[in-house]
Design a protein around this ligand. Structure first.
Ligand code: HEC
Length: 387
């Protein structure tokens, strides 16, 4: 595809994706907080009318009073607001981005021959298949195991995230591997809305319209799925943002980092959920903070090798950068505006070059230009010899 068209689609789809995700996740955070903060209604008449709990909030210049009904009020309220297009738009725009950036440009972004020698179509098929597989496995587990024990489901869920992260790391370019796992979890979240939560709500509204008692089973399952989504929000957001942090996705055990960070973030979400219930489990934040420090120490990239002998001068590395980097990083279309043509440009980027080509090796993507280890070492020594 024309690179400019890719850029335009990238910015439009990304903007749509972020905005709809904010609306979706905002609603998830808000409603879970609302649910956990519900207190029995003060008025007996409300309790008699089927109100299970109420919530008072102050926001935007006024007091708001929300009530949750045990099942439903006697009369169908109108208008009744649904929450689904935030989720659908987030998934659709996210998938479109995946297609435009990673599938149409699979050679540079999805496939990394140093990881796995896949044809472009094979990588795309594995990626799409992974999204579908994630939902099927999760949904079966919810039905088989989740109805008996949510805790057991959580443990199996973490193990499966580990399997997904490890497999993605064995199949795709490092950056794409994180995104793949995030897209799998995001697909589970969106499918929960489409295939479980919204159908349960439809059933509830239909029962009300027909004046019969709604079936509590699907509503209970919808509640569970919406709690799962709530716990997945932070881990998914992290996988979406990690592309900025090569020291994480470029680490040799990046899959393990992904699992640890996902558990850590779900635990942080748990802290907030307990907080909304009126509890103050500070130890969770303490453990999470210690884990962040531990992760930061563990993920720290090795310093570039010290020369030990003669310093390396610019003239020695200039041909390497020209051959291995400037093929892409030149001219007006240079990725992210990173141009590596003149000595001034290369000097100014020395630290970035060390980070992406020596410490983490995420550049060149998929080692497209066949950079050798000796060349990387030479670059490292050059950077170490800079004043
Ligand atoms: C096949 C094309 C290609 C080659 C070759 C290539 N890059 Fe990149 N580079 C990219 C793309 C695409 C991006 C933008 C990634 C993104 O979308 O964030 C990028 C981004 C970067 C960035 C900014 C990202 C960051 O994390 O700071 C740096 C720095 C960089 N490349 C350095 C290098 C160096 C050094 C080399 C040579 C060793 C190199 N690149 C070779 C395509 C290439």
């Amino acid at each position: 595809m024309d690179p400019y068209l890719t850029d335009v689609l990238d910015v439009c789809l990304r903007f749509l994706h972020v905005i709809s995700a904010i609306a979706w996740i905002g609603a998830s955070l808000y409603f879970v907080r609302l649910d956990l903060s519900l207190r029995p209604p003060k008025l007996a008449s409300e309790a008699d009318a089927g109100v299970a709990g109420e919530f008072w909030g102050v926001h935007g210049g006024g007091l708001y009073h929300s009530r949750k009904y045990r099942l439903a009020p006697e009369e169908m309220p109108y208008p009744l607001h649904w929450f689904k297009w935030e989720a659908y738009t987030t998934w659709l725009s996210g998938f479109a981005l995946l297609v435009v950036l990673y599938y149409l440009d699979a050679d540079t972004r999805l496939v990394d021959a140093t990881v796995a020698e896949l044809e472009e179509w094979e990588a795309v098929a594995l990626s799409v298949g992974g999204l579908a597989l994630a939902w099927v496995v999760y949904d079966v587990l919810c039905r088989a195991l989740g109805r008996r024990s949510q805790a057991a489901l959580a443990v199996v869920g973490v193990a499966l995230v580990a399997v997904a992260a490890w497999s993605a790391g064995e199949l795709f370019a490092p950056r794409a591997a994180f995104l793949q796992v995030g897209a799998m979890l995001g697909t589970i979240m969106a499918a929960n809305v489409l295939l479980v939560i919204i159908p349960a709500h439809r059933g509830l509204v239909a029962a009300m319209a027909e004046g019969r008692e709604p079936d509590a089973g699907p509503l209970l399952e919808a509640k569970r799925r919406s709690v799962h989504n709530n716990y997945l929000t932070l881990p998914v957001l992290f996988t979406m943002l990690v592309g900025h942090f090569a020291f994480v996705y470029g680490h040799e055990d990046a899959w393990l980092a992904l699992v640890a960070i996902a558990v850590l973030l779900a635990a942080v979400r748990h802290f907030f959920n307990l907080w909304h219930e009126g509890r103050r489990p500070w130890w969770i934040l303490g453990v999470a903070a210690a884990a962040v420090v531990g992760l930061a120490l563990w993920l720290r990239p090795d310093e570039p090798a010290s020369s030990g002998g003669a310093p390396v001068v610019f003239e020695e590395i200039a041909p390497i950068v020209e051959e291995r980097c400037a093929t892409c990083h030149s001219g007006a279309g240079a990725p992210l505006g990173v141009r590596l043509e003149t000595q001034a440009e290369i000097d100014a980027r020395a630290e970035d070059i060390a980070r992406v080509a020596v410490q983490t090796r995420v550049m060149p993507p998929g080692n497209a230009t066949g950079m050798t280890n000796d060349e990387r070492e030479l670059l490292g020594i050059w950077i170490a010899s800079l004043p």
